[in-house]
Ligand binder design. Sequence first.
Ligand code: NDP
Length: 446
Amino acid sequence: MSKLSNIIDIVKEKNANEPEFIQAVKEVFISLEVVAEKYPEFDDAGIFERIVEPERQIIFRVPWVDDNNKVQVNRGFRVQFNSAIGPYKGGLRFHPSVNLGIIKFLGFEQIFKNSLTGLPMGGGKGGSDFNPKGKSEMEIMRFCQSFMFELSRHIGANKDVPAGDIGVGSREIGYMYGMYKKLKDDNSGVITGKGLSYGGSLVRKEATGYGLCYFMEEAIKDIKGESFKNQTVIISGSGNVAIYACEKATQLGGKVVALSDSNGYIYHESGIDLDLIKKLKEVERKRISEYVKIHSDAIYTEGSTKIWNVKCDIALPCATQNELDEKAAKTLVKNGCFAIGEGANMPTTPEAVDVFRGSDVIFAPGKAANAGGVATSGLEMTQNSMRYSWSFEKVDEKLKRIMIDIYSNTSKAAKEYGKENDLVAGANIAGFMKVALAMKSHGIVF
Ligand code: NDP
């Protein structure tokens, strides 16, 4: 048994109730066997054992009062996973499915993703099992304030810089940032994804979706000699990542024909009306099924995972973890889909990843393909430190450059280890190397 499979066994034993975290560690470590062989000094320094253990994990009570004057209690989390290359950085997720294992899986992925951006950011993640759906504005505000009351003790512009994720958009960021400022009297920009009027960056809202398309355009050009132009695209989800992936894919000449939410998906053969989606989802916070009331030629189907039956050239899963399984992967390949780019974190099950890697399609893992969000958060931090704001064009240009560099470093690392076009291996190796070298340089302090 190899050294790394031994460590995977220990991770399984120690974190038995955290299947998503175990899945994420396995996926990374399988790619790192070749690195462990080439660099025995990483093993000597205990890098592999150390990197799977968070530096710190904080779990806290979040009490708040609902509109009926009833006290509600949720659980809050912040996992500060790895600070070897910079302050902890990673989003906050508010969703009833949140537990420690989910936050650890996301925090672990974030270490390598942040490293790939080339910016000095460590890995962290947080959130709560609070469900924002159906809550009033005041309830959301009271919850966010209570959440930040505790979180504020643990974060700081040079220590840990949270951002949004599922269920945490500009509204929630605004309430949390307001509370942080009130408590700490500090204006250094401790959260990213802030509103433009108080230190936010242009392009942050669009960044993950745009970045995904920049990455995919580069991968498709390099590996297949193709582009988004005239390709049929399907995108799961209809939240922040999905909406702006849809916008950029369309700008690049693709035709997006399907989007979903957790209840079902819409199919619109002539192409999605994105202005309507933005209105329904960003302004009115309605279900995606409402779309067909306006466009009678579009079709709504109950059951979100059925979206993968729609024939397409490019598929972009942008909703949530493990939303695309083996059967869906086989259907996509059979229907001629030639490129899959993960906008969400770990949306593809391990069995589905094997299907893609065993066929001729391009498979771009989230830690590389969706890194545009955190990269632009890094650019927001830079602007906050400089007390300056860049134009939309300037940030967009930097984002594009970063995504092209991530593709190039991922592809290069894959090639170097004899795994040409294996973007999973390339991203894991390239992301890991920088962190491992930094951990080794620091000595055994963490
Ligand atoms: P949002 O909350 O804005 O949107 C999430 C979308 O996914 C919604 O349309 C939601 O539908 C849908 N969804 C949630 N659960 C399911 C499910 N089980 N099946 C189908 N659809 C589902 O989140 P984001 O767009 O910000 O995040 C989406 C993914 O991208 C997550 O994995 C996140 O970690 C990842 N990501 C986000 C980044 C960002 O900058 N925002 C950066 C990098 C990664 P419904 O409304 O019905 O719940």
